[in-house]
Design a protein around this ligand. Sequence first.
Ligand code: KG4
Ligand code: ZN
Length: 338
Amino acid sequence: MHRDYPLTLLAIESSCDETAAAVLQDGLIKANVIANQSVHEAYGGIVPELASRAHQKNIVPVVQQALQQAGLDKADLQAIAFTQGPGLLGSLLVGSSFAKSLAMALQVPLIAVNHMQAHILAHFIEPPFPAFPFLCLTVSGGHTQLVLVNDYLDMKILGQTRDDAVGEAFDKSAKMLGLPYPGGPLIDRYAQQGQSEAFRFPATDLPGLDFSFSGIKTALLYFLKAQEAQNPAFIQENLADLCASVQHTLVQMLLKKLQQASQQTDIREIAIAGGVSANAGLRAQLLVKGQELGWQVYLPKFEYCTDNAAMIAMSAYLQYQHQDFADWGISAAPRLKF
Ligand code: KG4
Ligand code: ZN
């Protein structure tokens, strides 16, 4: 793959509750626009029907803004990329239909991108770049995967969650602590003022490289119920310590499997990706572990952790060079795998 391959493309991301568009030119991101959907806050989680409607409203202005930021016109585009999956069907359909229509109208190739692969390839937007083969812990609201990355487009899942994703565990714990959706970033913020050893929650440790995060959610629920029966203000009085303790448990569970995977594969090039890779506790603990074990650690820039279209553009740039184009009959794939 050539980092200076000449190509101008537009990428669209609409897999969940972010409508995003990015323009990539000759390997560099020229624009990266994201419209967040605040409509879900009142419901304590994403409402798929509302997400789909918000994408329909946002997609044209977001694409226009991206082109404007890049100083380009639609006629300059040589390819259109979109997130094919995994994600919410109604949300994916908005991005895929828009991308298909635009590519057809401009008579340029269409590129279908796997969202989870794109989270990992976000590491190639800006240096330092991981060296192949590397291990990537991909942690988001819908997935928790330990991935062996042999090459840009050659990845293998070594382990994954059997129930909740770790982002979901953060968000559900936050909800129990009375925090609004999405609670992951709030747990992160409160945890910075708390003691991570204040409370202990049982960490499920499955054999092999798979994860399970549903147990900690149940443990927290019963723990809070018991404490609140004695002191109704328990959460309020201990919020920072509770957040720090929950976060610590989740981070240790992630790092344990990462260490196991590194030992098994003898790989010390280690990356993290996805929304939860923005977590300050995870980033700090990973750096400590990396020092201890001689790992080369790669942390994505904050703007490339949570959902964005720059990562879709980077994946599409690599796919274009492999002539990996979609045909017009392609449709959204909510459970897409790689
Ligand atoms: O990758 P992403 O933006 O969307 C999915 O593909 O799911 O990840 C969103 C997830 C949410 O669960 C959110 O709470 C979590 O990432 N998240 C965080 C932080 N920032 C985002 N979790 C913990 N700490 C953070 N700083
Ligand atoms: Zn994502």
